[in-house]
Design a protein around this ligand. Structure first.
Ligand code: GLP
Length: 243
């Protein structure tokens, strides 16, 4: 069962999520947190950084595991998820880069570091709280429609819609968006103890309806969260408008 919280706007929803994150960190200073990229969680990260500063919260024992990363994009590129996580999580939360893990793969490889990511998460004690956004086609992380629900961290191809949507961050347009990515699998995400999915704006309304109201099916990656043991969707009114 997914819990759903509908807030008046992104600001209220991000404040609730930041407060939940801060409460977790105070209660469990060595918490393991799964972090998402995309524009959706950025305000929650900024509000969490404010709370950490205000309360002088100890962040030295936290561990962070990012959801995904493009393949074939230099980590120096400002839109690589290494760079994005550094800008939105590592620096504002003032955590040491060694506390932040990001999946990686060789340019053409599904082997090597990919398969160690789930082991690294397990060694850290498992993810206490996984943050998620959602794509317009219902993708979570970079798990596109058709991804098996038991998939571990793996390399997958991005759909044209996802590349087009994400091209807004790239000067060179859709051609510059890599066609492949490495992502925590849906199986990895479902193992987290708690999960929070945030979605704002009307463009996400169909994906949210399909995730919550249609039966779980591989064509609808977000619907896999119906099988999560403790997942809450934080939505603004526009994203919830078709529920
Ligand atoms: C990317 C990320 C997803 C994210 C999605 C939505 O594809 N891999 O994790 O949920 O974008 O992005 P946004 O939050 O900018 O709408």
């Amino acid at each position: 069962m997914v819990k759903v919280k509908i807030l008046p706007d992104k600001e209220h929803a991000s404040e609730e999520v930041a407060q939940r994150l801060h409460d977790l960190i105070v209660e469990k200073p060595n918490a393991v947190i799964g972090v998402a990229t995309g524009s959706t969680p950025e305000l929650a990260y900024a509000l969490l950084a404010d709370k950490i500063q205000e309360h002088n919260t100890d962040v030295s024992q936290l561990q962070f595991f990012a959801l995904d990363e493009y393949i074939g994009l230099s980590w120096d590129h400002p839109e690589s998820y290494h760079a994005v996580i550094n800008r939105t999580v590592t620096e504002p939360l003032k955590v040491d880069p060694s506390q932040v893990h990001i999946p990686e793969a060789g340019d053409d490889s599904t082997e090597g570091p990919v398969r160690y990511y789930d082991e690294k998460i397990a060694e850290a004690g498992g993810i206490d709280l996984q943050l998620l956004g959602i794509g317009r086609n219902g993708h979570i992380g970079f798990n596109e429609p058709g991804t098996p629900f038991d998939a571990p961290t793996h390399v997958g191809a991005l759909t044209e819609l996802t590349r087009k949507d994400n091209s807004r961050f790239f000067d060179g347009g859709v051609e510059e968006v890599p066609p492949l990515a490495v992502t925590q699998g849906i199986g990895t995400i479902l193992k987290s103890r708690q999960a929070i999915l945030m979605a704002f704006g009307e463009a996400k309304a169909d994906a949210i309806r399909d995730s919550l109201q249609e039966p779980p099916a591989e064509e609808r990656p977000g619907s896999s969260l119906q099988m999560h043991s403790d997942c809450t969707f934080y939505l603004d009114e526009a994203a919830a408008s078709k529920v």
